[in-house]
Design a protein around this ligand. Structure first.
Ligand code: MN
Length: 295
């Protein structure tokens, strides 16, 4: 098996929540079309401290929200209002433009822990209509040491689980791994590149131990991934066909040029109808212009 490439996530703080950003990082911008991965928490939440993310815009990407614990309510400019709980998938497609807000419900007391991922949309759909999907349940594969839940895509051995019903604009996989002590072999699409992020516990891959706060990258050409665990572990496997386009990402926008991103920023700032409005009591998020802007 080809050596794993291990990179440390960048630790940051988003609205008071500790976040490990595993993608994009300096030497790795995408894994398939996956272009952003934030591992948030675990943190204690309650009436005094909830996750509150006011209305903000997106372009050219799908947002994928996946919780291990806690609860969020999603509201967007299409009129969607959707609570999400662990094991469920929210998938929002921005296309040419959408805006949304996410709020922890005021009465929830407990732990918040999850992943926020983005998938870059290909040229064919990135200027298209926005959309939102919620999947209350997803196909699962019985592995020898646990359960794999398919957020997106399908396993290369389709006898293990049905394909996920979630929208995918490119060839892609997202597989949650809920493992106990033992070993599991996951069949891979050999044309895909992959990465593993551990949310809780640790996995050993080809002799290397991977823990939370790291991205373990595997180049295309692998037909199987062996994961060894010594105790309860939760991890996410992402992968896909290497993304062909050079992306320009800034704030919440994914595009192909600075001009596109600047235009989206200007339109959001001007409350242009491109991004619609969100039925949220939270304030719209507004930030300083892109660093390349000159005036
Ligand atoms: Mn967002």
């Amino acid at each position: 098996m080809t050596a794993l490439e291990i990179t440390d996530a960048k630790v940051s703080d988003v609205a008071g929540t500790p976040v490990r950003r595993a993608l994009p990082i300096r030497h790795r911008r995408t894994v398939g079309a996956w272009c952003f991965l934030d591992h948030m928490g675990p943190l204690s939440v309650g009436p005094q401290h909830q996750m509150l993310i006011g209305p903000h815009p997106h372009t050219g990407l799908h947002t994928v929200t996946w919780l291990l614990s806690g609860e969020l309510v999603h509201r967007d400019s299409l009129g969607s209002e959707q609570p999400i709980r662990p094991g469920q998938l929210n998938l929002m497609s921005a296309g040419n433009g959408i805006s949304h807000a996410e709020e922890g419900p005021a009465d929830y007391v407990g732990t918040a822990h999850g992943l926020q991922l983005w998938v870059a949309q290909p040229e064919e759909t990135r200027g298209g209509e926005p959309a939102f999907e919620h999947h209350a349940s997803l196909p699962q594969a019985e592995l020898s040491s646990g359960i794999g839940t398919l957020l997106i895509g399908e396993l290369s051995d389709p006898s293990l689980a049905d394909a996920s019903p979630a929208r995918a604009d490119t060839e892609l996989i997202g597989l949650d791994l809920d493992l106990r002590a033992g070993a599991s072999a996951i069949p891979l699409h050999s044309a895909y590149e992959h990465a593993v992020v551990v949310m809780d516990g640790a996995v050993r891959i080809d002799g290397t131990v991977v823990t939370p706060g790291q991205l373990a990258y595997l180049a295309p050409g692998q037909s199987e991934l062996e994961l060894e665990t010594t105790g309860a572990t939760r991890a996410m496997l992402i992968g896909g066909v290497p993304f062909p386009d050079e992306l320009v990402m800034w704030w919440n926008f994914v595009g192909r040029s600075r001009e596109e991103i600047s235009a989206a920023y200007e339109q959001w700032t001007a409350s242009d109808e491109r991004f619609g409005t969100v039925a949220s009591e939270l304030a719209r998020i507004q930030i300083a212009p892109p660093p390349w802007t000159t005036d």
